[in-house]
Write a protein that binds this ligand. Sequence first.
Ligand code: SAM
Length: 642
Amino acid sequence: MREYNLKPPAIEAADLQWRDGIPESRQFGDVYFSRDNGLEETRYVFLQQNELPERFRALEDNDVFVVAETGFGTGLNFLATWQAWRENRPHNHAILHFVSAERFPIAPEDLARALELWPELKPLADELLSSYPPLFRGTHRLVLDGGRVRLTLFFGDVVDAWSTLTFQADAWFLDGFAPACNPDMWLDEGIRLIRRHSKAGTTIATFTAVGRIRRALQGQGFAMRKAPGFGRKRDMIVGYLPPEEAEPAQPRTSGPVAIIGAGLAGSLLANNLAQRGIEVVLIDAEQKAGAGASGNLQGASYVKLGVDFNAQTELALTALNFAYQAYEPFRGRFWHPTGLLQLAWNEQESDRQTRFLDRNHYPETLLYPVDASTATDLTGVPCPFGGLWFPRSGWLSPQTICQRLIDHPRIHQRLGVEVRRLTPCNGKWHIASDGGPDTIVESLVIAAGHLTPQLIPLQSSFRFKAIRGQVTHLPEGLLKAPRAVICGEKYLNPMAGGTAVTGATFDLHNAAPHPTEQSNQENLDKLRTMLPDAFKDHPEPSGTFEGRVGFRCTTHDYQPVVGPVKDMEGRKLDGIYLFTGLGSKGISYAPLLAEYLADRLLGHPEAIPGPLQKLLDPGRMNRAKTKDNRKNTELSSNEAVK
Ligand code: SAM
């Protein structure tokens, strides 16, 4: 990874100067687009020379078209491509993916100003601006135009982007400033990686005609030629990758896909695939979606960010930011971005937050520190301490969201169906349940929370743990109603329908399926210690409260599990995937992980970069068979399903 000048995860913004209303980069001393007519230049150099309109029109159902670009800049190339996609797209389930890397992202206010130059692109520019990520380094996936356009925007150096992202392009836009102003962008290493991400026949176009660049591309197997340049430029170069030079295509399924488990993970994945035109069979033993760990009345979009910025923290942050976008359609109904306070509730946490703030630099749109008085104002509850304020976080009703997500004509619900056995046969999976014929599919995802290990068709034991969590329902009148989510040793949500949920217990060695008074009391005691003045006239609340029990599926390293099932030797089993191990983090993590798994299943560019994918790898969950394996709380595969 290249060096950054700011503390993580912040990234330096573009330093712009405006001349005659046109942005120029002070870092590079060059203009973002032609002074003659930037939009026409883009259309000529990149769209026309890559023959995009014709190629878009020729796409078949479920095809994906991938454009990759060096230097996102103002997003003009992206918007012009999206506009051409809208004008030429076939009316089927083809999807446009646009993958772009940007070392110095333009700040949102500058981006808005630059894009005002193109009134005809305004509706698309507005949509881009409303999902444009805060400036932190890493990979951002934007789902636009109802999912028909997906932008993977890597904030960082282009070589890091192409070294870590998984995709294969159909067309390349080699933008970036002139090689003389920006030699780093045009390094041989970058050009070698461009070939690695190219399909047979991939086309490539660039505004520059510099001989060194043409020769470097030819050296990587591209057939290149000169074409007349735009405006005052004499030449540009354009080419393609002959099929014999290309890497093999990414594997993909065209469905149907079966998903076992209709919790938040399974429901989000089902909806994601269905929106991409894939038929889904969604199976759950319960009669309704979100009946397991996702069945609480309220859940908070909470993540724990490490003191030192590492891969786990990058995953948490990327997921959290994606979740805001994913839940936006439910805002005000089932998603309430009230803000969330991570209270510095004891000395240890206060010290942790101090070190966290010292070593990192987060954009204020993501989080910032607040003192006790501001925390009190923001949450409406007397807070004895300050903490970290996440202005875009909040709470949602997971069960209702699950039910909405699966209400889709391409999702075939099989609720109340208990899966007994999963058997591979002739490249397909046979799903046997009580009664009825087997469901037979090419691809199968197990998203059954803590019940997942019982379903994995391998003679093994797995490093999953089922951890009981009981929440307590607090009736109206008991509390000074919080306006925002407060998290500390426990969390407390705002009132909804006369109830605020607090909890949850974390019971490693307790399998009691029903709420107990003891767990309710534990929740109340800890909440009172954390927020002594939150209770109105009941300094010592006791009595009978309602509650609910769920079992989190957690892993030995507290990271989720997403990807193909692997055997003890680390070999992938074809067509069978896991999506579980979300612990208490499902609300924040599940949308991004569903997006990523759908990408993988369909052979689309992947929303999560390689180093973060490693954290999710199911291969780490197999445990070598020893006598001790079955003694502890780790869950084994069930003999009945072999
Ligand atoms: N495609 C852009 C548009 O549609 O507005 C214009 C791109 S502008 C000419 C070049 C961009 O490349 C700048 O935004 C610059 O910050 C970015 N850039 C330069 N060097 C880079 C590098 N090594 N890695 C990633 N981006 C880089």
